[in-house]
Design a protein around this ligand. Structure first.
Ligand code: MF3
Ligand code: CO
Ligand code: CO
Length: 309
């Protein structure tokens, strides 16, 4: 009987994930930090509201997707990209976050898909809209966007059962140079995180690259929310922290699909959840930005599944 190792890791007598050709027990077994490393990092942090960590622990297994699943996730990812593109010239002073919700809902349905956020653990809308000091999970409503605001729009269409999760920042009219810089650096954080993705790398490499860039710019990395496996369900294992140490955490395996979605604050990293149970804001009222892509580990690096086609 095959001895089942940790989820996503080879059995003792299987070839090592690193491609050495050695059996796992003769190679990385014992050197791996283990799949729970990222979780342990998160668990060492102060307790957080259940809603902030997406509820129940994610299901185990299926860290590595099949070629067919990856094709499906790529199609959903393309729709996520189109949704975010569609919003580029619509987001301007005078529109409301409910307008964004309506546009996303209509476009999603018109393309044969469903919005994953709608009714997800009670979330009432089809998209998250997070304005200024809102870190993530902002609920669309009557709020009218004003010149100088910054807003993150986070979309996740489900197409043929597959999820594509992506978000970007939009400037509402002309914005302050500090806001411009925060948006740019946060995007660079995501891109530097993506650049760390390769088979045999570790999830900690991603967090380390992001944290180094954000803190180097004088910003802080939000701890309470992390990237996540996705594709077949909304939120799957593993957790992908946006802070950490290189060489630790779960090894990246070809076929793993996960998000990289750093939330970077101009002030400190503490957040709190409003009474609606969703909206996360910076406790110090400082601006926060976020960018998100869904990626797959390929045999020789990374493919961004929610990128421009
Ligand atoms: N799209 C978000 C993420 O990146 C999750 C939103 S959950 C919702 O993981 F319920 F708020 F929509
Ligand atoms: Co996500
Ligand atoms: Co998202």
């Amino acid at each position: 009987m095959k001895e089942q190792g940790a989820p996503g890791l080879p059995g003792r007598n299987d070839p090592c994930w690193c491609g050495s050709g050695l059996k796992y027990k003769k190679c990385h077994l014992g050197k791996d930090d283990g799949p729970d490393h990222g979780v342990r990092q998160a668990a060492s942090l102060p307790p957080r509201p259940r809603s902030a960590v997406f509820g129940k622990p994610r299901q185990r297994g299926s860290l590595v997707k099949t070629a067919e699943q990856i094709r499906g996730i790529r199609e959903a990812g393309k729709l996520a990209w189109e949704l975010l593109e569609m919003l580029e010239d619509r987001i301007r002073p005078g529109i409301s976050t409910d307008d964004i919700d309506a546009w996303v809902h209509e476009y999603t349905v018109a393309h044969g898909a469903v919005s994953a956020p709608l009714n997800y653990k009670g979330f009432p809308k089809s998209v998250c809209t997070s304005v200024n000091e809102v870190v993530c999970h902002g609920i669309p409503g009557g709020r009218v966007l004003e010149e100088g605001d910054i807003v993150n729009v986070d979309v996740t269409p489900i197409l043929n059962g597959y999820y594509g999760d992506s978000s970007r920042m939009y400037a509402v009219g002309r914005i302050a140079p500090e806001a411009e810089r925060l948006i740019r650096v946060t995007r660079e954080c995501m891109e530097l995180g993506i650049a760390q993705v390769r088979p045999g790398g570790h999830l900690g490499d991603i967090g380390h690259a992001i944290q180094t860039h954000a803190e180097g710019a004088g910003y802080s990395v939000v701890r309470d929310f992390v990237g996540h496996g996705t594709g077949v369900r909304f939120h799957e294992d593993p957790q992908v922290a946006h802070f950490g140490r290189p060489g630790v955490g779960h090894p990246m395996l070809p076929g793993m699909v996960f998000t990289i979605e750093p939330m970077i604050n101009l002030g400190d990293w503490h957040v709190r959840i409003l009474n609606d149970g969703w909206t996360a804001i910076t406790t110090d009222g400082s601006l926060s930005a976020q960018w998100e892509h869904t990626v797959v580990v390929t045999p020789d690096g990374v493919e961004v599944l929610t990128g421009a086609p």
